[in-house]
Design a protein around this ligand. Structure first.
Ligand SMILES: Nc1nc2c(c(=O)[nH]1)N[C@H]1C(S)=C(S)[C@@H](COP(=O)(O)OP(=O)(O)OC[C@H]3O[C@@H](n4cnc5c(=O)[nH]c(N)nc54)[C@H](O)[C@@H]3O)O[C@H]1N2
Ligand SMILES: Nc1nc2c(c(=O)[nH]1)N[C@H]1C(S)=C(S)[C@@H](COP(=O)(O)OP(=O)(O)OC[C@H]3O[C@@H](n4cnc5c(=O)[nH]c(N)nc54)[C@H](O)[C@@H]3O)O[C@H]1N2
Ligand code: SF4
Ligand SMILES: [Mo]
Length: 753
């Protein structure tokens, strides 16, 4: 697995492999390790999935690990600011801080925010559900409602499982219609595929067609056969018109899905008012172009529609996400080779849930605004008001794990104020930043090289079936992994002592997982899994940490698993980590109807809550591109709010710029490189540099998010600078079904500063 050589200076050098934890592409990295340092990072050319691909962020993983600004010790907030303290003292402060808030306000005043890196982190994936349960509160928030929740809810409604998200089969499709995504820069999302640029180029080389719908001529649009500069926020109308054409021209073909889908006629009826002519003004595309988008989809032998952040973080995010799947279904492209397909990951289903039941949102509602529960959480757009508004159930103590809501959430000025007003806050984070500076205690986790990895979510949403896990590359060396911190929190929440690293929590977590499996599917656990005897259970599992063992349970009982010895040669955690280049499980295979968890085992194409959204969309047919509107973007060398500290990623000029079309710039008297002021209904950015570029659709400007670490006590500020775009987005602008924040298409004014 590792080869050893002796380098010129006489020190042993070895090679190790580690799946990159920085984005959803999940590239395997080949690391050269000398002593306790990673001296070189390359793409693993032998990896079954990523075939040597890596991007500048992955290439910087060793610098991230060695970043001098990384916290090496817990920090406690004192009258002289944040000071390093021992782990024992930090835990004592966490215990007493939470106990005091509980004494005053009860458990319902506790809340948790879970940031994006948790889905790239085994401890976050496996243990946060436990922490959530232990909190005894409904105040659960995560970056999902700043991101993909609308897609998951749409899939929950259609397929009964919110993790059943179909991915475009990009390696085999003949036609890809891509909306609101820029995978050449983002490396893809809700569709894990290392090397999107290469895979999209291959698609075109084999004669396939790529159509990109984006108000901006993005790097992905540069690769496309056709780029359609849509008006922001109108993708739902475009897809309704596409469906209108498919229905009215007799192009609907369910094919192999015939007999499995209800509600097709209801959808047909809904699309009636949305002819290409009717939507053209609001969408900003010619009726003939819209009609052609539809007929080309219908004519393609194998086609897939894929929508991402530009379709989810919009006022009709859930409806738009649903319409993407509706088009895939009525063209017969869902669940077939070259269409939109479901992966079959090694761990089976996320969370192990296998029972058919009604999927819904809004099972409970937020206290202040009545926003709906979504996937067991509340929308982040409600977090600040739930902290600020007095009354029963006011959120007074926050646990923030791997999140930076001060920069990532809408109306971030208000979020800052809210965080500052908390009675107690503990952050699990390696940085002192805009969010963690409000924490009474910061618990910094061990770096990525020192913990094992397995992608639960991203193997569920991969464009190929793969089983890959990485063991730790370096010893812990005194660092405390996320796993131990979360187990410590579990212990504290149970009234125990975190210093024991939550032995009881370990036991509980393992026991719960094994018992859930035995209850859900005894045929897969059998007598081989000693559910009742936790010590025996621990011994019988491969992997050394509790999270590794939890993955072992899932993988061994999964579709390729060894069924705890009853299927010799089947997958285990141990088998996965002895394959450093990953195990290829082949191209995606059809999964319907087995995948469906709806009560009747069928697909209801027209869930009432989404039909209601279409009614509301009718009111937007008259929308026109009168004002200047703002959209977001990502850049290759940055990642949300937290990689701005690495000199290797700070090369290249002006990445936090306001991009504006030359016509708008001329009209507003803004020259390229000039400093401008940007104002919205929610807030103002006093000065940001304008970048005049004809990549923009006229009437649309763009700013990236995650920048602007400027508060005192934020070392990130030293290197990053930039402005925080989220002062411009209001927390009242949300998707109608899920309360997910809107990060696209709001009206702004731009003027020379
Ligand atoms: N305007 C606008 N705003 C947006 C978006 C947009 O497109 N436009 N995008 C939204 C999206 S898609 C997302 S996902 C959110 C992200 O929102 P968040 O998840 O709130 O923020 P991140 O910037 O990802 O910050 C992650 C934090 O986790 C810490 N961290 C990194 N790795 C680890 C680890 O292994 N363990 C622990 N414990 N901590 C770690 C980092 O130091 C950082 O503080 O932002 C959203 N905000
Ligand atoms: N380098 C880098 N990679 C990342 C990240 C990062 O910060 N940096 N973040 C990661 C995260 S958390 C996520 S969620 C993914 C997101 O991955 P993607 O969804 O690919 O995100 P973006 O690159 O922001 O691309 C969104 C595109 O949507 C367009 N757009 C905006 N509004 C609209 C609209 O109304 N309609 C249409 N059709 N298009 C619109 C924008 O112009 C932009 O080109 O990226 C991940 N990868
Ligand atoms: S594309 Fe994503 S997974 Fe691959 S090296 Fe870059 S950051 Fe890591
Ligand atoms: Mo995201």
């Amino acid at each position: 697995m590792t080869s050893r050589t002796v380098s010129e200076d006489g020190r042993a050098e070895r090679t190790a492999y580690r799946i990159c934890p920085l984005c959803e592409a999940t590239c395997n990295l080949e690391l050269t390790v000398k002593g306790d340092r990673i001296t070189r990072v390359r793409g693993d050319r032998s990896d079954s999935f990523s075939r040597g691909f890596l991007c500048p962020k992955g290439a910087s993983l060793n610098r991230l690990i060695e970043d001098p600004a990384r916290l090496r010790q817990p920090m406690a907030h004192t009258s002289s600011g944040h000071v390093p303290v021992s782990w024992a003292e930090a835990w004592e402060r966490v215990r007493s801080g939470l106990a005091e808030v509980e004494r005053r306000h009860g458990r319902q005043s506790f809340g948790i925010y879970m940031g994006n890196p948790n889905c790239h982190n085994l401890a976050g994936l496996m243990l946060l559900p436990e922490v959530g349960r232990a909190l005894g509160t409904r105040h659960h928030y995560s970056a999902s409602t700043l991101d993909q929740a609308p897609k998951q809810v749409a899939c929950g409604l259609l397929y009964g499982d919110p993790f059943a998200v179909a991915v475009p089969d990009i390696d085999r499709t003949d036609h890809l219609l891509l909306l609101g995504a820029n995978p050449v820069v983002s490396n893809g999302s809700l569709a894990s595929a290392p090397d999107w640029p290469g895979r999209l180029s291959d698609l075109r080389r084999r004669g396939g067609r790529l159509v990109v719908v984006d108000p901006v001529r993005s790097a992905t649009a540069d690769l496309a056969d056709e780029h359609l500069r849509i008006r922001p926020g109108s993708d739902g109308l475009l897809l309704l018109a596409v469906l209108h054409v498919l229905f009215s021209e007799g192009l609907v073909r369910l094919g192999h899905l015939e007999g499995l889908v209800d509600g097709v006629e209801d959808v047909r009826a809904l699309t009636g008012p949305f002819s290409p002519h009717a939507v053209a003004g609001a969408v900003g595309l010619e009726p003939e172009v819209i009609r052609r988008v539809a007929t080309e989809l219908a004519a393609a032998r194998r086609a897939a529609v894929y929508g991402r952040i530009g379709t989810t973080t919009t006022p009709f995010g859930t409806a738009t996400s649903w319409l993407v799947d509706v088009v895939n279904i009525v063209t017969g492209n869902l669940d077939r080779e070259g269409g939109a397909m479901f992966a079959r990951p090694a761990h089976g289903r996320v969370g192990g849930r296998n029972v058919r039941r009604e999927f819904s949102v809004g099972r409970w509602r937020t206290r202040v605004r009545g926003l709906p529960e979504v996937l067991g959480e509340f929308p982040v757009a409600a977090l600040a008001e739930e902290i600020e508004e007095p009354g029963d159930g006011q959120l007074r103590a926050l646990i923030c794990v791997a999140g930076n809501p001060a920069l990532s959430s809408p109306d971030s000025n208000r979020m800052e104020r809210a965080l500052a007003s908390l009675e107690f806050m503990v952050a699990v984070d390696p940085y002192l930043n805009d969010t963690t500076r409000h924490a009474d205690v910061i618990l910094p986790p061990a770096d990525h090289a020192r913990v094992a990895h397995y992608d639960v979510w991203f193997s569920t949403w991969a464009v190929r079936n793969v089983a890959r896990a990485s063991p730790p590359v370096l010893p812990l060396d005194g660092q405390v992994p996320d796993e131990d911190i979360l187990l410590g929190l579990l212990a504290v929440l149970a009234g125990g002592d975190a210093g024991t690293a939550g032995e009881e929590s370990v036991t509980r977590a393992l026991h719960r997982a094994a018992a859930a499996l035995a209850a859900a599917d005894p045929t897969r656990s059998g007598d081989a899994l000693p559910v009742g005897d936790v010590e025996a259970l621990r011994r019988s599992l491969t992997g050394s940490t509790v999270c590794e063992k939890l993955v072992d349970i899932a993988v061994r009982s999964g579709p390729y698993g060894d069924l705890f010895g009853r299927r010799p040669g089947g997958l285990t955690w141990a088998a996965m980590i002895s394959a450093p280049h990953g195990l290829d499980l082949g191209p995606l295979q059809p999964r319907l109807p087995e995948l469906l968890l709806t009560p009747n085992g069928r697909i209801d194409l027209c869930p009432p809550i989404l039909a209601g959204e279409v009614d509301k969309l009718r009111g937007h047919l008259g929308d026109a591109a009168a004002t200047l509107v703002l959209v977001g973007r990502r850049t290759l060398r940055s990642h949300n709010s937290w990689l701005h500290n690495l000199p290797t990623l700070l090369r290249g000029a002006g990445r936090c710029t306001l991009q504006i079309h030359p016509d708008d710039a001329a009209r507003l008297g803004v020259a390229d490189g000039a400093v401008v002021r940007v104002t919205s209904a929610a807030g103002r950015i006093e000065s940001v540099t304008a970048e005049v570029t004809d990549r923009m659709r006229p009437g649309v400007v763009s700013l990236p998010h995650g920048w602007g670490s400027a508060g005192p006590g934020t070392p990130v500020a030293v290197a990053a600078g930039g402005v925080n775009v989220n002062v411009l987005y209001g927390d009242r602008d949300v998707d109608g079904v899920t309360g997910t924040a809107v990060f696209s298409g709001i009206a702004v004014e731009v003027a020379p500063a």
